[in-house]
Write a protein that binds this ligand. Structure first.
Ligand SMILES: [Zn+2]
Ligand SMILES: [Zn+2]
Length: 364
């Protein structure tokens, strides 16, 4: 199975909303951080004529839509690959989701669970409309949202501002649990991870610090896309490839700051039509795919990571196997929603490293 892997960031802000950098500055930071794909997502504004290839980096346009009449302004939605303003749909999430789909975009619920940082005047801005349908997925891990959750006291905030990566550990457990609930009930929900970079400075008394230069954030939590073919040099075609990959869930969430995750693989194959499991088999499912248990009611999962980690295989929200090493094989005989989490020790703490998208195993 040929595959081409691309690192992407689908959530960041420029001076067109509350970010500190221009589009060109973000593009340069993305190139320096080794990003292949970035989507600009300024709040409630569509900025034309920015899409293109910039020396190996594909920049696309999106919008982070939120209802500015709310206080705090909760329920943010990332509309990616859209071609127009969507402000008039901000107050009606289902209409927004339907419109994004109609015009060929993909949509993700941004930072679905959130914690407030009252010291900095930042309220809690989670998603509050779980009755909606038809969205592509959710933002499983939002770096800035996690960082905000550490700003609980002044000493802690100062410590966090000077070494944020000591604090960042994993997606919120409530986000993981909610995602598992959604997929367990039969819905396909694609997970992405992003920086939500603003390049902003935090100040406290005499201390003002640009805590998060774009470049650092672009090398932290991101999404790796897995594609059957190389990204086209034609921008319109490449954009479709990215959107198709997201819709299919052929991607995983990576915290590359603690170790490059490139090469991570999670696949499943059933035993139909073959004597032994072999790499040449064509009935291999990857992240985001469905696969049936097959006639023999048996399925092999293959997981491999580019370097040693604790690998956990999770079925319907429950860990069913754990192994420390560079690979894991697991035979399954039950339908369910299977996904992988990998953890690594970095700066004395276990931290989330890789969060795969699920493979949906159906009964025979
Ligand atoms: Zn937001
Ligand atoms: Zn944002």
């Amino acid at each position: 199975m040929t595959r081409h892997e691309y690192t992407a960031n689908f959530h960041q802000h420029t001076v067109y909303s509350d970010g500190a950098g221009t589009h060109s500055e973000l593009i340069r930071a993305g190139q320096a951080a080794g990003l292949d794909v970035m989507v600009f997502t300024d709040h409630n504004i569509y900025v034309p004529d920015k899409e293109g290839w910039y020396d190996g980096l594909l920049a696309l346009m999106g919008i982070e839509v939120n209802d500015i009449t709310q206080s705090p302004e909760h329920s943010h939605f990332l509309a990616l690959g859209v071609d127009r303003d969507l402000g008039k749909y901000a107050a009606t999430p289902q209409a927004l989701i339907d419109k994004v789909n109609d015009i060929g975009g993909v949509g993700f619920i941004a930072h679905p669970f959130e914690r407030a940082a009252p010291l900095f005047g930042e309220g809690k801005i989670p998603w509050k409309h779980w009755d909606v349908q038809g969205y592509t997925g959710l933002e499983l891990w939002n770096y800035m949202s996690e960082f905000k959750s550490f700003l609980t006291s002044k000493p802690r905030a100062i410590h966090a501002a000077f070494s944020p990566d000591r604090f960042i550990t994993a997606p919120f457990p409530e986000t993981l649990a909610h995602w598992d609930n959604l997929t367990r009930s039969g819905q396909k929900v694609v997970a992405i991870g992003s920086s939500d970079a603003h390049g902003q400075a935090y100040s406290m008394g005499p201390i003002t610090r640009t805590v998060f230069p774009y470049k650092n954030l672009f090398a932290a939590v991101r999404t790796h896309l897995l594609m059957p073919e190389r990204l086209s040099k034609d921008v319109a075609t490449a954009k479709q490839q990215v959107l198709d990959t997201l819709r299919a869930g052929h991607c995983f969430v990576a915290y590359d700051h603690i170790g490059d995750t490139t090469g991570f693989s999670f696949t499943a194959q059933n035993a139909d039509d073959q004597m032994i499991f072999s790499d040449a088999a064509t009935n291999i499912a990857m992240q985001g795919d469905d696969i049936a248990l097959g006639n023999l009611n048996m399925l092999a999962f293959n997981i491999s990571v580019p370097r040693r980690a604790e690998i956990r295989l999770i079925k319907d929200g429950i860990v069913v196997a754990t192994e420390r090493g560079e690979s894991m094989q697991y035979m399954a005989s039950e339908p369910g929603v299977y996904r992988v989490e990998c953890y690594k020790v970095w700066k004395t703490k276990w931290r989330g490293w890789i969060f795969s998208n699920p493979i949906y195993v159906r009964a025979a």
